[in-house]
Design a protein around this ligand. Structure first.
Ligand code: SAH
Ligand code: SF4
Length: 359
């Protein structure tokens, strides 16, 4: 059993049932997430016998293997192989100040599932189908193992890798609980962003966490007609239902919302779209993040997917200005790692491995 699968309260229960004193659970939790030990043998606050007993029954390591690929822009894509032989990816993105000397933050984009069941037409992960949910320890270990490998601190985490985090709700919520627990100094809830394509019932649940994270909504359309076609989840919860859930999320958490929006040439980048986006943006404090469409032609798209082309960078800049003129707040996302197929929506191992070798 992996000890990174337990949040603080669960560790206390586990220790109680094993007749260990409760303060040992606190020591273990701090060792795992404050001192960030990578082996149970290194918990020096524990007597030798306890270390031996824990090592005999538990582990804290998740992955059989880790490989990485470094982009010219400094981002690093990690490929982790799990105990069952399946693999996932995470992308490390360092940010520097204007002098390009001071490292101001390190963002890690992590996976929550192997593949994804939601079949968004523009996303490479969607073409993989869902293989399985990640366990909590596999979510947490992406962060801890990369911190260890690079000897640096991850300051921000975004659930924007493979999978739909709100369809692995229990394990994602537990990971958020661990990362933001006051006994660790890992990160505040404001440094964690959960991105969802709109799993409405679980947006409502996430708002009720003790320390809810920031929420990003993959919107990508301003009309149900278009969103239905590119994101089948819209047939379950349409834009009106989704927006009501977003409003409730803001009301409960007081955290600003981000809307992710890929402008597709001639399909969702008109001035009317800009007007509707600005209107959406004014409902609760929020911003629109325009994401340039990343190439997924290696998945051999067909049907509507084949017709999706990126808006030009000139049009994206103009579109951003139009949204601003109508009163919306908008940013354009910096793309990291496109040379190593690590950009948004490109994480899909089975297809990509054919043309891209990881070292
Ligand atoms: N399942 C979640 C999180 C993973 S996807 C979600 O859908 O929100 C992370 C982000 O990448 C989402 O906003 C998604 O819409 C976007 N994305 C997917 N494919 C993309 C592509 N080909 N180009 C640009 N962004 C993409
Ligand atoms: Fe799944 Fe998100 Fe990709 Fe849609 S965009 S298929 S929800 S990972």
């Amino acid at each position: 059993m992996n000890l990174r699968n337990f949040d603080y309260e669960e560790l206390i229960e586990l220790f109680k049932s094993s007749n260990f004193p409760a303060y040992r659970a606190e020591q273990l939790f701090k060792a795992l997430y404050s001192n960030k030990v990578d082996s149970l043998d290194k918990i020096t606050t524990f007597p030798k016998e306890l270390r031996a007993e824990l090592s005999a029954n538990y582990t804290i390591n998740s992955f059989k293997n880790m490989k990485k690929q470094i982009s010219v822009d400094g981002s690093i894509k990690y490929l982790f192989t799990m105990e069952d032989g399946k693999s996932i990816e995470a992308v490390f993105m360092p940010w520097y100040d204007d002098t390009e000397k001071t490292n101001i933050r390190n963002t890690l984009c992590i996976s929550s599932q192997v593949g994804c069941s939601l079949d968004c037409k523009f996303c490479a992960t969607g073409t993989m189908k869902l293989e399985r949910n990640l366990e909590t320890h596999e979510i947490i270990s992406q962060i801890l193992d990369i911190e260890h490998d690079l000897d640096t601190k991850i300051t921000n985490v975004v659930f924007m890798g493979m999978g739909e985090p709100l369809l692995n709700y229990k394990n994602v919520a537990r990971a958020v609980n661990i990362l933001t627990h006051p006994l660790t100094d890992m990160m505040s809830r404001r440094k964690i962003t959960v991105s969802t394509s709109g799993v409405v019932p679980n947006i409502k649940k996430l708002a009720n966490l003790r320390r809810p994270p920031k929420l990003a909504i993959s919107l990508h359309g301003t009309t149900n007609g278009f969103r239905d076609k590119i994101m089948p989840i819209n047939l379950k919860s349409d834009i009106t239902v989704l927006m009501n859930a977003v409003e409730e999320y803001y009301r409960k958490t007081k955290l600003n919302i981000t809307y992710e929006y890929i402008p597709f040439d001639g399909m969702n980048d008109s001035i009317e779209d800009a007007k509707r986006l600005a209107k959406i943006c004014k409902r609760v404090p929020s911003r629109i993040n325009l994401i340039p469409f990343n190439d997924i032609s290696f998945t051999e798209p067909s049907g509507i997917a084949e017709t999706l082309k990126p808006s030009s960078s000139e049009r994206i800049a103009e579109f951003a200005n139009e949204i601003r003129q109508f009163g919306g707040i908008v940013t354009i996302r910096d793309t990291f790692g496109s040379d190593i197929d690590a950009a948004c929506g490109q994480l899909a191992l089975s297809e990509r491995n054919v043309r891209n070798t990881i070292v």
